[in-house]
Design a protein around this ligand. Structure first.
Ligand SMILES: [Zn+2]
Length: 482
């Protein structure tokens, strides 16, 4: 009897269960990610894992637990991400993240890094980074919320400090015989930017005027800001990573090849554009003209942002409220899909809950349905997205994880299409109607048809030079011979 009890105790100690009751050794958010995902039914091969904001920074783990956790996530198709953080505690933090990296390397999995904290901030509040007025007094650009934005021509000295932080971690990984396979940053409100009041403000700065001859022209200003911004990302971030790990996927939030327009506004961007800022009008939407900053950054993957931004809803007058979200998000996804060469992976930030920015949200703004969001994710995969990076806040973890994981897991059934297929269509209907996306491979095409209109008739679509008829089949993929 006693012997059985001892065996039982040993068994419990050895099986680090993913059940929350047994108080897991990792963070609560990682636990939520585990609980809301299932083991994949279809092998994901060497395709990119699913990235989930909650599946990040598990905390201090021993080797055995780290190995157990990365395996548990991997059978679900999820890649565990660890953050690199600067500061006094960096040695201790380095030891924590190396433990996870060793476990990932041991099982031949990608080593995934979040470099966000290393990049903040070029504008560190130091007065020498401020703009200068005609009397020689420093002043700040304050239309970006809490952060004090300064003069883009006064931050060159910051780049070596930021780069040295990236070098510290990359060299430590190199010295430990580890790799960096995927590294992203969420670097946004910092460095040279052209939006909000930045252009107006720079026109009042003597240093900015000196450096930009044609400063009154918004296009010139935008080009200079984006080139400087790209250079700083290259110098301080992508270059020190790629010089040590040439095969690494390196990227940043919202940096992706595009068609010259941006169909969404970030949470810190204002819609009341300063005179001279050009845009494309579409119903109530004003799509900014955008600069193609991707090539100058040195990045090796594209990172678009496909979110249910609150203002989007009232940009359009579609009676079908889901199509207000779907239309805008598919525009963003199609833009990056058609603008990005096939050899560059697209890792798309996604989010379902309405991203409310105002204190007094209009109750008439209706949340996108779960069904339409999941349909959107399917269309993204068929229009070039390679995998998703789901961002959310902690109270949203369970639902957000479940929605995106369902689609990611089901899509692995079509792994060969995802890897080798070519997108057949980037059209976005300008009213609620039939949306078709597909991946053609050899003599077959994988298709998704989603209907926001009333027709259930077959719809014709061109695949290369062939016309095919796509029947109404809601909620499933179909494969048609060419
Ligand atoms: Zn300035």
């Amino acid at each position: 009897m006693k012997r059985i009890n001892i065996i039982a105790v040993i068994f419990i100690l050895c099986s680090t269960s993913v059940n929350a009751e047994n108080s897991p050794k990792w963070s609560k958010r990682v636990q939520t990610a585990l609980e809301n995902t299932k083991q994949l039914r279809y092998d994901r091969g060497n395709r990119l894992p699913l990235y989930l904001w909650p599946a990040m920074n598990p905390g201090k783990l021993d080797d055995t637990t780290a190995e157990y956790l990365v395996k548990e996530l991997d059978v679900r198709g999820v890649g565990l991400v660890c953050s690199w953080v600067p500061g006094e505690n960096r040695e201790e933090l380095l030891n924590q993240v190396l433990t996870v990296a060793r476990a990932q390397k041991k099982f031949g999995l990608r080593i995934n890094i979040n470099a966000t904290s290393l990049l903040y901030s070029f504008f560190n509040g130091d007065e020498q980074t401020a703009h200068i007025d005609k009397n020689g007094n420093p002043f700040w650009e304050e239309s970006f919320g809490s952060g004090k934005m300064g003069c883009p021509f006064a931050i060159d000295y910051r780049k070596k400090d930021i780069r040295s932080r990236v070098e510290y971690y990359t060299q430590a990984y190199k010295d430990a015989g580890l790799d960096v396979d995927f590294i992203f940053a969420d670097w946004e409100i910092d460095g040279p930017l052209e939006v909000n009041r930045a252009h107006e403000t720079s026109k009042h700065c003597t240093r900015c005027r000196e450096h930009i001859k044609n400063i009154d022209d918004f296009g010139t200003f935008q080009k200079v800001m984006r080139e400087m911004r790209s250079y700083l990302q290259f110098y301080a971030y992508s270059e020190p990573v790629l010089s040590r790990f040439p095969d690494a996927l390196v990227g940043n939030y919202a940096v992706y090849p595009n068609n010259g327009y941006r169909y969404w506004l970030d949470y810190f961007e204002t819609e009341d554009y300063v005179d001279g800022q050009p845009y494309l009008k579409d119903q109530g939407a004003k799509y900014r003209t955008w600069y193609n900053d991707y090539p100058l950054t040195g990045y090796t993957f594209a990172m678009p942002v496909v979110y249910t931004w609150y203002p989007t809803y009232n940009w359009y007058d579609f009676d079908n409220s889901d199509y207000r979200w779907f239309y805008n998000m598919l525009l963003v996804a199609s833009n990056v899909g058609k603008s990005t060469p096939p050899e560059i992976p697209i890792i798309s930030f996604v989010h379902w809950h309405t991203v409310v920015i105002t204190d007094k949200p209009d109750p008439a703004v209706k949340q996108m349905s779960e069904e339409s969001y999941q349909e959107l994710l399917w269309h993204m995969l068929l229009r070039g997205t390679d995998t998703f990076f789901m961002w959310c806040s902690e109270n949203e973890d369970a639902k957000e994880v479940q929605l995106v994981h369902d689609v990611y897991a089901a899509a692995q059934e079509y792994g060969e299409f995802l890897e080798k297929g070519t997108s057949i269509n980037f059209d976005v209907p300008d009213k609620p109607d039939t949306v078709i996306s597909g991946l053609a491979m050899r003599d077959r095409v994988l298709l998704r048809r989603t209907d926001f209109g009333s027709t259930h008739n077959p719809v014709d679509i061109m695949v290369g030079t062939k016309k095919i008829s796509v029947p109404y089949k809601p909620g499933v993929c179909q494969i048609i011979d060419l």
